[in-house]
Write a protein that binds this ligand. Structure first.
Ligand SMILES: *Cc1c(COP(=O)(O)O)cnc(C)c1O
Length: 233
C-alpha cells in the first residue's frame, strides 16, 4: 500500500482549522498517527512525511513493526489499546508511552518491568468518559486517585489522561464527554500532579476534542484511509 500524501495534508489542515476556531495555536495539538493494522511500510512512508508518533492497539503487532523499522530514527511508539496484565512486561519494553492504563495493577506491572537503563515509561490514565459499560477506562470520579498511584511508581512518568467519546454525531454530547476528561486534568493539576497531556479526539470527533482542550488527537482513518479488516485478539 502507499500513503496518500493529500490525505495527510488534509488531516493536518483540519487540525489547524479546528485549533484556530478554538482560539488555540495549532502547534499545541500534536498528531498521533494510529497505525494499528497498517503494514510497517505505511509507518515508513508516514515517517518520510515527517510523522514520528505512532499509536498501536496490540502489543505483539507493535513489537513486530518496531523490529521491522528498527533503523528509522526518532520513532515514538504509543499503546492506545486495552492492555492485559500478562502482556504488561512486553509492553513496557516495546512502547515509549502507554495511554491506556486503567487500573493500578497494570501500572505496577509496567513499572516493575521497565528497565532502569531506559527513560521512565510515559503513562496516560485512560478514563471512561462515555459511560458505556463495554468501554475500558477508569470511572471519571476515580481518575485522579489512579493518577496519584501512577505518579508514585518509580519507573513510570505520569503525563495526563486519555479518553474515547461515544460514537455519536451529536456534537454537544461529544463536547460534554471531552469536557469531563479536561476536568480530570484540571482536578489532577489542582491536587499538585504535574500533568499536561489530554489525548482525545479521533477522525470523527477531533473538532470537539480540540475545542475542549485536546493536546493530542489520535487519527487513523483520516490519515491511512479505511483500515483493512482484522481479527482482534
Ligand atoms: C483506532 C483508534 C483510533 C483511531 O480511530 P480513527 O477513527 O481511525 O481515527 C484512536 N484511538 C483509539 C483508542 C483507537 O483504538
Amino acid at each position: 500500500m502507499s500513503l496518500d500524501e493529500k490525505a495527510w495534508q488534509a488531516a493536518r489542515e483540519r487540525i489547524g482549522r479546528a485549533a484556530r476556531a478554538a482560539g488555540r495555536d495549532p502547534a499545541t495539538v500534536r498528531l498521533l498517527a494510529v497505525s494499528k493494522t497498517q503494514p510497517a511500510q505505511a509507518v515508513r512512508e508516514a515517517w518520510g512525511l515527517g510523522q514520528r508518533a505512532f499509536g498501536e492497539n496490540y502489543v505483539q503487532e507493535a513489537a513486530a513493526k518496531r523490529d521491522a523499522l528498527a533503523g528509522l530514527e526518532g520513532v515514538e511508539w504509543r499503546l492506545i489499546g486495552p492492555l492485559q496484565s500478562n502482556k504488561a512486561a512486553l509492553a513496557a519494553d516495546v512502547f515509549d508511552a502507554v495511554e491506556s492504563v486503567d487500573r493500578a495493577k497494570i501500572a505496577e506491572r509496567l513499572s516493575a518491568a521497565r528497565l532502569a537503563s531506559r527513560p521512565p515509561l510515559e503513562v496516560l490514565v485512560q478514563v471512561n468518559i462515555s459511560g458505556e459499560a463495554s468501554k475500558s477506562g477508569v470511572a471519571p470520579d476515580e481518575a485522579v486517585a489512579l493518577a496519584r498511584s501512577v505518579a508514585a511508581l518509580p519507573r513510570l512518568r505520569l503525563a495526563g489522561f486519555m479518553g474515547i467519546a461515544e460514537p455519536t454525531a451529536d456534537v454537544a454530547r461529544q463536547r460534554a464527554q471531552f469536557a469531563r476528561l479536561a476536568r480530570c486534568l484540571s482536578d489532577a493539576q489542582a491536587s499538585g500532579l504535574d500533568v499536561s497531556v489530554l489525548s482525545m479526539g479521533m477522525t470523527a470527533d477531533l473538532e470537539s476534542a480540540i475545542l475542549e482542550g485536546a493536546t493530542e488527537v489520535r487519527l487513523g482513518t483520516a490519515l491511512f484511509g479505511q483500515r483493512p479488516a482484522t481479527v482482534e485478539p
